[in-house]
Design a protein around this ligand. Structure first.
Ligand code: GYE
Length: 339
């Protein structure tokens, strides 16, 4: 019963979205005659987002929605509320409604072959964004645009090496390790896997570093807080916390301060995303390194969707520009982040 009701509500939401977007586009019909909208004219893009787990995600959703409005593209948006089954349902609905292009953020890497085969059979091109997928047949999607999570993990590792330059000597003399806590993102997501892999790859030839605790905080601030309460109780000798996103980091900072610890000083903190709150924490010395992950991919996504709808080929792999902000930088130069 519950299942049936849920199914109807997803269908209903999508129908509603289509009606609303059609209506919006209908209202702007005269405007669309102007040449600036010609390329995207009338195309319908089904966009399956994974949820609203972080400020990053909300900014990403907004970026896509705003870009669609700007280009006169009709966006059928679905929020999967962190469930792959909801995403698969949304993709099936997009296929049933014969959208021109499907854009989706895969919550995890695996489990997409069947539904993407259905999209292919229906002749609907698919653009994967933000997180990567593993499929047996690469022709099941047209291309990927998003973040380079392996590089983000490597950058975290490189910062650690640089910050703890003398650790090797101490380790050789005394056997004392640098102890690392890792809070990783959603289990099975390409970004959590990439960030963890890149980090380990850099540190693997440095025996002075060891990871003493590694848990998934699901990219949630609340989980970051809960896990921090746990690991701060378990371990008194933590030197570094590597957190896969700012949301979890903000939870960690709160838990540390409640315990009377000074984040950024008592424990070195590295975080990924670079939302405004993390940059503020960097300025206050509570975080030592912020690795940017860029959520503002909307304009590029919509451009690629338009090209796909026009039958053009797109690059298989496209990474967005991202920076790293260090505690030693001139932090006054960082522009407001906008989220
Ligand atoms: O880092 C995190 C979000 O997939 C890159 O997901 C994205 C990650 C981002 O919830 O904050």
């Amino acid at each position: 019963m519950i299942h049936g009701r849920k199914h109807i509500s997803t269908q209903f939401r999508i129908i509603l979205c289509i009606l609303i977007t059609c209506c919006l586009v209908g209202c702007g019909a005269q405007k669309k005659k102007s040449s600036q909208f010609e390329e995207g004219d009338g195309i319908i893009v089904g966009f399956s987002q994974i949820g609203a787990e972080s400020a990053w995600r909300t900014c990403n959703t907004r970026s896509v929605q705003e870009a669609a409005v700007q280009r006169g593209v009709q966006l059928v948006y679905d929020n999967a509320e962190q469930k792959q089954e909801n995403q698969i349902k949304a993709l099936r609905s997009f296929i049933a409604y014969q959208v021109d292009v499907i854009v989706f953020v895969p919550i995890v890497t695996g489990g997409w072959d069947n539904v993407l085969q259905e999209a292919k059979d229906a002749g609907i091109p698919v653009l994967v964004t933000d997180r990567k997928i593993d499929v047996a047949d690469p022709s099941l999607y047209a291309g990927f645009i998003g973040t380079d999570s392996l590089k983000e993990g490597r950058n975290a590792g490189l910062f650690v090496l640089n910050k703890f330059k003398n650790a090797r000597e101490r380790f050789d003399d005394t056997g004392e390790h640098v102890n690392i806590v890792e809070l990783f993102g959603t289990e099975g997501s390409s970004v959590a896997l990439g960030r963890a892999e890149g980090f380990r790859e850099v540190l693997q030839t440095h025996p002075e570093f060891r990871i003493i605790y590694s848990e998934s905080g699901d990219f949630l601030r609340s989980r970051g807080y809960e896990l921090a309460v746990e690991f701060l109780e378990m371990h008194e000798d933590i030197d570094i916390i590597f957190s896969h996103n700012d949301g979890m980091t903000l939870g960690v900072i709160e838990a540390m301060e409640e315990r009377g610890l000074a984040p950024g000083t008592d424990i070195v903190i590295i975080t990924i995303d670079a939302q405004q709150a993390a940059i503020d924490a960097l300025r206050e010395g509570k975080v030592n390194c912020v690795i940017e992950c860029n959520p503002k991919t909307g304009p590029e996504i919509i451009k690629l969707a338009e090209r796909l709808a026009a039958g053009e080929k797109i690059p298989r792999l496209q990474y967005v520009h991202e920076e790293v902000f260090y505690e030693t930088d001139d932090l006054s130069l960082i522009e407001p982040r906008g989220y």
